[in-house]
Design a protein around this ligand. Structure first.
Ligand code: OAD
Length: 295
């Protein structure tokens, strides 16, 4: 059973002393890319940062006085469903004003181009913002679910939901400022299930801390990771399991891994390449058409 949790950093930091520093040689990565048949791209919140979506472990990682991960738990929802819905309502409404950035677009364009050459690109994302999907990525595994899906606590029915606001009582609620009071919306006025007159309480269909990941999605991700011959890991702090161990596992079987990040992570030293800087700038040149590619 794979439960989502913060990593013990010890796993990623062990046995690093004999490792070479990762290279930032773009031409060398491009050579490998030109030969790769199956490319896995693991992404985290940093890939959406240049779209204006706050990351979790940066300055924008708070909503009111809570760290996002304190609200993203089943316990927080059962204690205070109104507060947790305000938090997710806020995130949904913010996302409706954001758009994919050059990193999302470069990934989607690369998938489409390589698919015409019989090569595959698969995105494995921890993000729940759907920006990869909106950019055009099709071969996409959303490990942590989506902000725009709901699941019924009573009947389990899952449905896409882009309604804004998601229910009348949440209209104008969810302000993130630390001095905002909870709206304390009665549970009957929170989003309710409309499937076959169920009326059960809906929750966001996202994977919260302490919950298990969808086993079908996880199995598909493992298959992609086991068969890829190049892996890119973009904008993730590599501290939340199980995604944190995906790229190090690929590197451990000798497959080149390239990290694109603003900073080093606990996994950086395990990788062949590290490209420092905003991925909206660093990623597109890595993924653009290589001169040896067929058209
Ligand atoms: P984090 O917020 O932990 O990490 C974001 C990473 O992106 C950091 O390593 C930043 O250095 C990097 N970064 C920021 N801006 C960037 C840019 N423009 N280009 C490249 N890199 C940039 O986000 P995740 O690793 O995705 O779960 O976090 C994993 C999970 O933990 C998330 O799914 C989330 C969080 O708690 C929840 O939903 C609560």
């Amino acid at each position: 059973m794979i439960v989502r949790q913060l990593s013990g950093r010890g796993f990623l930091n062990s046995h690093l002393t004999d490792m070479a520093r990762p290279s930032s040689d773009l031409a060398a990565l491009r050579e490998i890319f030109s030969e790769a048949k199956n490319v896995a791209i693991i992404t985290g919140a940093g890939v959406s940062a240049e779209s204006g979506v706050p990351t979790f472990r940066g300055a924008g990682g708070y909503w009111r006085k809570w760290q996002a991960q304190k609200l993203a738990t089943p316990e927080a929802f059962s204690r205070n469903p109104s507060r947790v819905w305000e938090f997710y309502h806020y995130r949904r409404e913010v996302m409706l004003t954001k758009n994919p950035n050059p990193a999302h677009l470069a990934i989607a364009e690369c998938e489409e181009r390589l698919s015409k050459q019989g090569r595959t690109v698969t995105v494995i994302t921890q993000n729940i913002d759907e920006l990869h999907r909106r950019a055009g990525s099709k071969n996409l595994l959303e490990l942590h679910g989506s902000l725009f899906k709901t699941r019924c606590m009573s009947c389990g029915h899952e449905a896409a939901n882009y309604t804004s606001p998601i229910c009348a009582a949440l209209e104008g609620k969810g302000a993130p400022d630390p001095d905002t009071n909870d709206a304390q919306i009665p549970v009957q006025q929170l989003p309710r299930c409309e499937h076959e007159d169920c009326h059960g309480l809906l929750r966001p269909a996202v994977v919260w801390f302490g919950e298990t990941l969808d086993s079908d999605i996880l199995t598909r991700a493992e298959k992609v990771l086991d068969s890829c011959d190049l892996c890119l890991v973009v904008g993730t702090s590599s501290v939340v399991y199980p995604a944190a161990m995906f790229a190090p596992q690929v590197a451990a079987r000798g497959v080149p891994v390239a990290e694109f990040n603003m900073e080093n992570t606990p996994a950086t030293m395990r990788f062949k390449f590290h490209f420092h800087g905003p991925c909206g700038t660093t990623l597109p040149p890595a993924l653009e058409r290589h001169e040896t590619e067929q058209t």
